[in-house]
Design a binder for this molecule. Sequence first.
Ligand code: GN1
Ligand code: MG
Length: 383
Amino acid sequence: MADPDPRLLSIAAAFAGGRAVHSVRPLGNGNINATYRVDGAEGETFVLQRLNTAVFPEPRRVMANLLVVGRHVEERLRREAAGRRERRWVFPRVLTATNGEAWLETEGEFWRAISHVPRATSLDQLETPGQAREVGYGLGRFHALLHDLPCDQLADTLEGFHITPGYLAAYHALCRQQAATATATATAESRPGADPEREAWAHHFVARREALAGVLERAKAAGALPLRPIHGDPKVNNVLLDADTGQAVALIDLDTVKPGLVHYDIGDGLRSACNPLGEETLTPEAVVFDLDLCAALLEGYGAAAGFFLTPAEHDHLFDAIRLLSFELGLRFFSDHLAGNVYFHTARPGHNLDRALVQFHLTASIEAREAEIRGLLARLREGR
Ligand code: GN1
Ligand code: MG
């Protein structure tokens, strides 16, 4: 192992409650924050993160939400404890730094630490319906634990998140700006990873689906869909599975917990879970939406959370599944066109590849609409 970075060690020490820190190592592969696993000399472990303040401009609000949600869930778990011991469920705790706060600000950076969930693993893509069922159960359990937390107790930590018409407007603004620049300078394409043929395909793909973009926001504005506390980012590797039983034990990555539509979460969970090739595959044309994984995820979700969904919420689930995959494709594509300023990338063209994966997934969802609607009917009827 490389020598530990002394600066990282000292930041980690501020959250270690006076105990010695043994190592700080990169953890996971998030696209936004920098995440580390901290190990103490006596085997204790926690998770240290530098929040991406370009994405989360109000990191203190993020922490305030985490504390509100943590208190609500702890209280509920305590009340449930007597009757419900068959499953382990862990809610990651915010750790207090030596300054008495839940964060540390140093050299313009914002750091915080979260408890580590022991004996748990995460998957970047799913292989079996059993895993999908657990991912669905985990998301449902999370929604159920929060469903009676009043939304006015949560701040909006990431304005515009999952508001598809907003992403579409930003995409159009970017296209106009690039067209103007190209005309003014008459230069050839010089963006990193530029690929005119695949970009043209993507532009065309978006153009044919613009009318879809407002479907959830219109229903929300009409009062048909309630705001609820949501996770915001329930991709499969944010659902931890017990290392021994494979059962869902925790949802992690709670920065985007805020008021929203459950549709954002269900759509995002499905677009992530039902793509067995994963969102980083280099063969986007081969991506399909897997119906067996979808059936299992919905069954797990229904077992934990089916009780509170309204008929109107059920009515909009298919649109949500198609929309969230399209939306993520649009976000990746726009970031590619903008020069990769939002999502971390590892190579030129990375965000274009990711966009095409989501667009092919969207096309597969459209091709399987009847089957997916059939599975949603089962969720509705509690079957
Ligand atoms: C980002 O940071 P990470 O990897 O958990 C993004 C999600 C996307 C996801 C796609 C705040 O999540 O919305 O679905 O990448 N988070 C934010 O991998 O934009
Ligand atoms: Mg995240």
